[in-house]
Design a protein around this ligand. Structure first.
Ligand SMILES: [Zn+2]
Length: 208
């Protein structure tokens, strides 16, 4: 991972120690919306069960912090991915890890900031919730060819580090914090008091 990130003072690891998982922005008190997982023609998708306005927090991504990306993990910091736990059953996955059914779109209607999934556009009830995988992942564990047909289709989705300069610029408004250049934190980017959620502590998730 070659992307620079700003590590808070005092959070640097001592020599020989593994860098600790960072504290993420505490979730807002907004409860989020109800979502559901749809399986149709062998393909899963995550569906909004109620409408949401652009900018609304939809739900939280919460899982097992790891340092390695997997097929289903979401990168939430430079050296941190949230993954589903080994051996998790389908029932539990549907209840607490439904976020992993969010599909990629080159014209997404959501973005991810730390653990928060935030609507980019107004999303109607019954619509699929998607995000652009290159807005969170530095390097995809399993790159793939996107065939969404959008005029902005990025084609081969392999992570932000593999994106063209033009694509990076297009994705900039939706980028997760760890992919933004260090000097380009969005205005009004104020963090709340540090609350550790990195250790896999139970976090309230507005689920289905
Ligand atoms: Zn595409």
């Amino acid at each position: 991972m070659e992307h620079a990130t700003s590590v808070p003072t005092g959070n640097y690891p001592a020599p020989g120690l593994v860098e600790p998982f960072p504290d993420l922005t505490p979730p807002s008190s907004t409860p989020g919306i109800r979502v559901g997982v749809l399986r149709e023609s062998g393909k899963y998708s995550l569906i909004a069960c109620e409408s949401a306005r652009a900018g609304a927090q939809l739900f939280l991504v919460d899982g097992e912090p790891t340092r390695e990306a997997s097929r289903y993990s979401v990168q939430v910091a430079t050296h941190m991915h949230l993954d589903i736990s080994d051996g998790i059953g389908l029932e539990e996955m549907l209840d607490s890890c439904y976020w992993r059914f969010m599909n990629h779109s080159c014209e997404p209607n959501a973005r991810i900031e730390d653990q928060q999934v935030i609507a980019i556009t107004d999303i109607g009830a019954g619509k699929e919730i998607t995000f652009h995988y290159n807005t969170t992942e530095s390097n995809m564990a399993e790159p793939f060819d996107c065939r969404c047909g959008s005029e902005n289709c990025a084609g081969y989705i392999a992570g932000f580090s593999a994106a063209t300069a033009g694509e990076r610029e297009r994705l900039r408004p939706w980028l997760a914090r760890h992919l933004l250049p260090a000097d380009a934190a969005p205005p009004g980017d104020v963090r709340g008091p540090a609350t550790s959620v990195a250790a896999g502590a139970a976090t309230e998730v507005a689920g289905p």
